[in-house]
Ligand binder design. Structure first.
Ligand SMILES: Cc1ncc(C[n+]2csc(CCOP(=O)(O)OP(=O)(O)O)c2C)c(N)n1
Ligand code: SF4
Length: 542
C-alpha cells in the first residue's frame, strides 16, 4: 500500500499523473495553484513520462488548450480558482455542448469566506448550468480516487467532469493511498469527430439534444456512485434537539467530513452523503421517505437546499442556509455544523492571543511601493484624480500608508474602468495593472483605449512574475513594452522606468507629463519581484 501525505491539491495532481495525464493547462489562482505546480515539479524529477504542465495566459486559453489535447484523445486537466471559471465560462459552457474525446477534468477551487478572493461564488452552479457531471470530494483520498477514476468516467460518458473543491480541502493534508500508474493514451482522433466540435447552429441543436439525452446517464452514474451514500439511522434519533426526531441530513462534499467529526461513533439520524452530481434522486427519495424534516449541510451557496425545496414540494421542511439554520455566507466549519444541529459548541478552534490579525502589506523592497510613492506625490496635485487598480500584489496599494487606489473589481477591469471614467469626464483617469494581469485580460482593454484614443494613463507595474499567487511565470516577461507598441500605443507615450528610490524624481516627472498628454499613455515600471528573485537564487544554489 503506497500511502503518502498530500494536500488536497497534491492528491488531485498525483491522481491525474497516475491516471495517465498528458497535459495540465491552468492559470494560477488560490487555492488551485498547487495542483499545477505539483505536476510541474514532478515533470522536473523525470520520474514520470513527459507531459505538458503549463501556465497559460488566462483560464479560457487554458481550458481551450486542454480541449485540444482531449480532441487528440489524450487525458487532460485544467485548474483554476472559482472566479477563473467566469473567465473560462464561454469555453466551459460550449465544451458541454461538444463533449470531449480524451478524458477531461476541470478543477474549480472555490473559496468560501473569501480568504483570498473577491467573491465566494459556488461553482456547483456552473456544473448544473452546463449540465455536466460533477464531483465534490469530502476528503483528500476521495479527491484522489475521483480524479483517478474520473478520467475513465469522462471518456465513457464523452463529457468533461467538473471537480469542485474548496480552500480547506485544497490546503489541508491527509494520508492518501495511491494506485498504479497508467500509461498515457495514444493520439487518437474520433472517427466521427467531424460535426461534434463544429457548433454551427444546425450541429449545436443536435448536440444540445445529445446533452439532454445524456442527463439520464449522468443521473444513473450519480445514483450508482460509491461517493453518494445513504446511512440509515442506527437506534434512537436524539442528537438534534432543535429539530423533529424524524430529521434527515444531506451533507455535501466537505460538509460530510465536518458532520463525521461531530459524530465519530456514527450518525444517529439518517444521512445522505452527496459527492457526485446531478443529485442522486433515488437515494434522496429514500431519505425523504423516512424523515419529516431535512437539514442540508453544504459549503458555499444553498445549491442543493434550493433544489430540494423545488424537488420535494410542500409538506417537508428543508433547513439550511436559506432559513437561517446556517449562516448564509462564509465557509462551513465543524462547529457551525454542530451549532446548526442545536448541540453545545465547546470550540477547539479559538485563536490564541499571540496569533494577532495582521493586515497584509508589500514586502520590504517591493517595486510596487516605489511606484505608489511617486504616484501619490503626483496625484496630490489633481483633486479629482481617480486610480483604477487591478488584482495582484499592487492591490495592496489600497491599504495604509498608501491608500492610492479607488477600485479593484476583476482581472482586467483597471484599464477598462479608467477608460469608462475618462469618457465620463474624470481627469486624470489612471489605471494600475501588473504584467500577468495585463496579459490575462488587460491587453484587449488597452486596444479599446487605443481605438478610442481615450484620455488615460496606464501604469503596467511589471515585476516579471505572477507575484500574488507565489511567483509563477508571467506570460510576457520581457515583452510588455513591445506588446503595447504592437497594440498601437504611440511610442512617444510609452515609457519604461526602473522603480527605485534613485529614480523617484524621474518617475514623478514621467507620471506628470503623461497625465497631461490627452490620449493613451503607458508607463512600464519594471523591476523583478524580490521574492521571485530570491526563490530563483535559492534554486540555483541547490
Ligand atoms: C480570474 C482570476 N484568475 C486568477 C486570479 C488570482 N490572481 C489574483 S492576482 C493574480 C495575478 C497577479 O499577477 P500580476 O498582475 O503580475 O501582479 P503581481 O501580483 O505580480 O504584482 C492572480 C493570478 C483572480 N483573482 N482572478
Ligand atoms: S511578492 Fe513580490 S510583488 Fe508581491 S509584495 Fe512581495 S515583492 Fe512585491
Amino acid at each position: 500500500m503506497n500511502k503518502q501525505l498530500f494536500l488536497g491539491d497534491e492528491a488531485i495532481a498525483q491522481a491525474a499523473i497516475d491516471a495517465g495525464l498528458s497535459g495540465v493547462y491552468s492559470y494560477p489562482g488560490t487555492p488551485s495553484t498547487e495542483i499545477t505546480e505539483f505536476i510541474q515539479n514532478a515533470v522536473g524529477t523525470r520520474l514520470i513520462a513527459p507531459l505538458q504542465a503549463v501556465w497559460c495566459s488566462n483560464e479560457k486559453t487554458a481550458l481551450e488548450t486542454a480541449l485540444g489535447m482531449s480532441y487528440a484523445g489524450k487525458r487532460t486537466l485544467s485548474c483554476m480558482k472559482h472566479v477563473g471559471l467566469n473567465v473560462a465560462a464561454d469555453a466551459f459552457m460550449n465544451i458541454a455542448m461538444s463533449g470531449i474525446n480524451g478524458g477531461m477534468i476541470i478543477v474549480t477551487a472555490d473559496d468560501p469566506s473569501m480568504h483570498s478572493s473577491q467573491n465566494e461564488q459556488d461553482n456547483r452552479v456552473y456544473g448544473n448550468f452546463a449540465m455536466i457531471p460533477m464531483f465534490e470530494p469530502s476528503n483528500q483520498q476521495e479527491a484522489y480516487d475521483m480524479v483517478y477514476e474520473g478520467y475513465e468516467l469522462s471518456e465513457k460518458l464523452g463529457y468533461p467532469i467538473l471537480l469542485r473543491i474548496t480552500t480547506r480541502l485544497a490546503h489541508s493534508r491527509a494520508g492518501v493511498v495511491r494506485r498504479d500508474m497508467k500509461p498515457q493514451n495514444p493520439v487518437q482522433v474520433e472517427k466521427d469527430a467531424g460535426s461534434k466540435y463544429i457548433l454551427l447552429p444546425a450541429n449545436a441543436r443536435k448536440r444540445f439534444k445529445v446533452l439532454l439525452d445524456k442527463q439520464k446517464e449522468f443521473l444513473e452514474a450519480a445514483e450508482n456512485s460509491k461517493y453518494n451514500q445513504l446511512f440509515l439511522a442506527k437506534g434512537e434519533r436524539q442528537h438534534a434537539p432543535r429539530f423533529s426526531p424524524k430529521l434527515g441530513i444531506v451533507a455535501c462534499g466537505l460538509a460530510f467530513n465536518y458532520l463525521q467529526e461531530n459524530f465519530p461513533a456514527g450518525f444517529e439520524n439518517p444521512v445522505l452523503k452527496i459527492s457526485q452530481y446531478p443529485l442522486p434522486k433515488k437515494q434522496l427519495l429514500q431519505l425523504v421517505d423516512s424523515c419529516d424534516e431535512i437539514l442540508v449541510l453544504e459549503d458555499g451557496y444553498p445549491v442543493v437546499e434550493e433544489q430540494l425545496k423545488g424537488y420535494l414540494g410542500i409538506g417537508l421542511k428543508v433547513h439550511g442556509r436559506l432559513d437561517g439554520t446556517l449562516q448564509r455566507d462564509g465557509e462551513l466549519t465543524p462547529d457551525k455544523v454542530r451549532k446548526a444541529l442545536g448541540l453545545e459548541v465547546a470550540s477547539t478552534y479559538n485563536i490564541p492571543e499571540v496569533v494577532a490579525m495582521r493586515p497584509p502589506s508589500f514586502c520590504a523592497g517591493c517595486g510596487h511601493r516605489d511606484v505608489y510613492e511617486a504616484l501619490n506625490e503626483v496625484i496630490k496635485e489633481y483633486k479629482d484624480a481617480k486610480v483604477f487598480s487591478d488584482i495582484g500584489c499592487y492591490t495592496l496599494g489600497a491599504l495604509p500608508p498608501f491608500r492610492s487606489i479607488d477600485s479593484c473589481v476583476d482581472m482586467g477591469a483597471s484599464i477598462t474602468m479608467a477608460r469608462g471614467a475618462a469618457d465620463a469626464g474624470i481627469f486624470p483617469s489612471l489605471a494600475v495593472i501588473g504584467d500577468s494581469t495585463f496579459t490575462h485580460s488587460g491587453m484587449t482593454g488597452l486596444l479599446d483605449c487605443v481605438n478610442a484614443n481615450a484620455n488615460v494613463l496606464i501604469i503596467i507595474s511589471d515585476n516579471e512574475t505572477t507575484g500574488m499567487t507565489g511567483g509563477q511565470d508571467s506570460a510576457a516577461t520581457g515583452r510588455i513594452f513591445d506588446i503595447c507598441k504592437g497594440i498601437g500605443v504611440h511610442p512617444d507615450h510609452l515609457k519604461e522606468i526602473v522603480p527605485l528610490k534613485k529614480n523617484f524624481e524621474e518617475m514623478k516627472k514621467l507620471i506628470r507629463e503623461e497625465i497631461e498628454y490627452p490620449g493613451v499613455s503607458v508607463i512600464v515600471p519594471c523591476r523583478e519581484c524580490i521574492q521571485t528573485r530570491a526563490r530563483k537564487t535559492r534554486k540555483q544554489l541547490i
